[in-house]
Design a protein around this ligand. Sequence first.
Ligand code: COI
Length: 361
Amino acid sequence: MFKNDLEVTLHKASADQMKPKPDQDNLGFGQFFTDHMFTMRWDRQHGWHDASIQPYQAFNLDPAAMVLHYGQAIFEGMKAYRGKDDQIFLFRPDDNFTRMNQSAVRMCMPRFPQDRVLQALRAMVYLDQEWVPRTAGATLYIRPTMIATEPALGLRPAEEYLFFIINCPVGAYYAEGFNPTRIYVEDKYVRAMPGGVGNAKTAGNYAASVRAQVEAQEKGYTQVLWLDAVERRYIEEVGTSNIFFLIEDELITPPLEGTILPGITRDSVLQLARDFGYRVSERRLTIDEVIAAWKAGTLRESFGTGTAAVIAPVGELCYKDTHIEINGGVTGELSQRLYDELQAIQFGYREDPYKWRVRVG
Ligand code: COI
């Protein structure tokens, strides 16, 4: 149960707490943070309380805070877009908050009142509106996070939590920008197993993936493509995104069976591709089927989807000794069309028949 009376107080940053804005042409990803942040706390007695928009600042965290020991941490990734007529939009923010509450349930953390938090987020983005980039393709990345703060070392759900949102202006996630990435099909490490936490956006999933990413990068690849943990055959997802393959006229992405993240961009792409008239399948797909399609000349395109990555075309897959070049290593027609359509909706340059956009201000 939530108390509906969660009050959000506003403490504006003073002139000397405001930071210089970064060069919008060299934003990179996640390096600069805006002037304000949102925080609220939870404990058993008060539920969610002490909600405020305040100047961006460091936290005080007890060294025994349970997140530091047992990893109760969940987060989301969403964006604000500055588009037509200087309007600012969020994209499907309710879906991100619903997914975050699903992650909370899986990680034995308290659910939060989505409406109130969305209201606070809109207010904060409005307050920091000058941080929303004006350069093409650049956005304000939004990172809602929840961590266990109770100082205690017995293993159990914590009884105190901090929820916060920080925002940062970003450019493209990958150094490649929208150019095709090179992906290494991981056959040594696994990301998630049935019954595990693969479908929760919890920090540990990302920590556990870094070793594979580092080794793939040492071999010259951008990211890894995960295979299932049981048979090591079924395609799951890429390090930071969901994955799609266009084989003949069928657009295929792995189904949501508990081991992959239910991506909001993934869901949007499924909708768009259906409306483009493609045959769209959420079904299991083995790496052998991908290789067979490549050998038969029917593997036409592949791309990753994610909030940070948007649509990231795959130009090459490496699986053991097989190097699979996709669409001659260049961005495919469908990847381009989906990217253009999605961005046009997100930035407000197209009609939004799906009601995905939420205006700020
Ligand atoms: C996102 O796409 O928003 C994510 O959370 C992925 C992260 C590795 C940047």
